[in-house]
Design a protein around this ligand. Sequence first.
Ligand SMILES: CC(C)(COP(=O)(O)OP(=O)(O)OC[C@H]1O[C@@H](n2cnc3c(N)ncnc32)[C@H](O)[C@@H]1O)[C@@H](O)C(=O)NCCC(=O)NCCS
Ligand SMILES: Nc1ncnc2c1ncn2[C@@H]1O[C@H](COP(=O)(O)OP(=O)(O)OP(=O)(O)O)[C@@H](O)[C@H]1O
Length: 199
Amino acid sequence: MYKVIGLTGGIASGKSTASAYIEEQGFKVLDADVYARKVTEKGSPGYQRIIEAFGTGILDEDGNIDRPALGRIIFNDPDERQKLNDISHPEIRRMMNADRDEYVKENHVFLDIPLLFENGLDEQCDMTVTVYVTEENQMERLMARNGLTKEDAAARIKSQMPLSEKKKLSDRVFDNNGDKAELFRQIDEFLKELQNDEM
Ligand SMILES: CC(C)(COP(=O)(O)OP(=O)(O)OC[C@H]1O[C@@H](n2cnc3c(N)ncnc32)[C@H](O)[C@@H]1O)[C@@H](O)C(=O)NCCC(=O)NCCS
Ligand SMILES: Nc1ncnc2c1ncn2[C@@H]1O[C@H](COP(=O)(O)OP(=O)(O)OP(=O)(O)O)[C@@H](O)[C@H]1O
């Protein structure tokens, strides 16, 4: 029997970096952020519902959802965030579960889900792994990658369960406070155990 492994972490903790490496090693990783983009694409039912909920002010000049603008709204207001989650999450889950069920017939499959524990999705996984960094490193990497102010970066971090909590809840931790090579070494070790059925 192949395993479903929930891979989580905080915003900018290194989930995508870990996922890309895991894919290079030949495993499928399904990324919740990619599904989230699909369900809010122009023309999709989610797109229409988002406009109804947030108004046309969140569209860019081409009529696409202006993601940074929507981000500014939802990361600063829990009610607005809930509104967006209620629209997007059921459809993300439906699409992701369908793909998971196909891929797991062939091999172990990883689900990269930022809100894995927040939404209780860990219960659907055989194992969970958290990509962990200190809040200081998280702030630094998030500000650098997204060009955010300290205040905006802090709001995004606060919109999620603290990484220290996720670390406690998960079966395994990849510590990403070092360089990427160090992260990849921990992943190699994990994948070796997984393939040798040592977990
Ligand atoms: C708010 C949006 C438009 C911002 O888009 P943007 O391109 O700037 O960011 P991106 O989608 O790459 O997400 C970056 C990170 O933000 C965090 N994040 C995104 N949405 C949420 C949320 N609703 N609550 C908490 N954290 C979130 C995640 O860690 C994610 O990895 C977008 O994230 C979105 O549509 N979010 C709702 C869907 C969702 O909850 N996605 C998270 C995975 S299920
Ligand atoms: N070990 C590392 N050392 C230095 N920078 C790193 C390291 N790991 C990741 N980064 C950088 O930190 C940023 C965040 O990493 P990444 O995009 O993988 O995080 P993420 O958890 O997928 O983020 P999000 O939840 O926002 O999608 C990126 O710019 C990435 O290149």
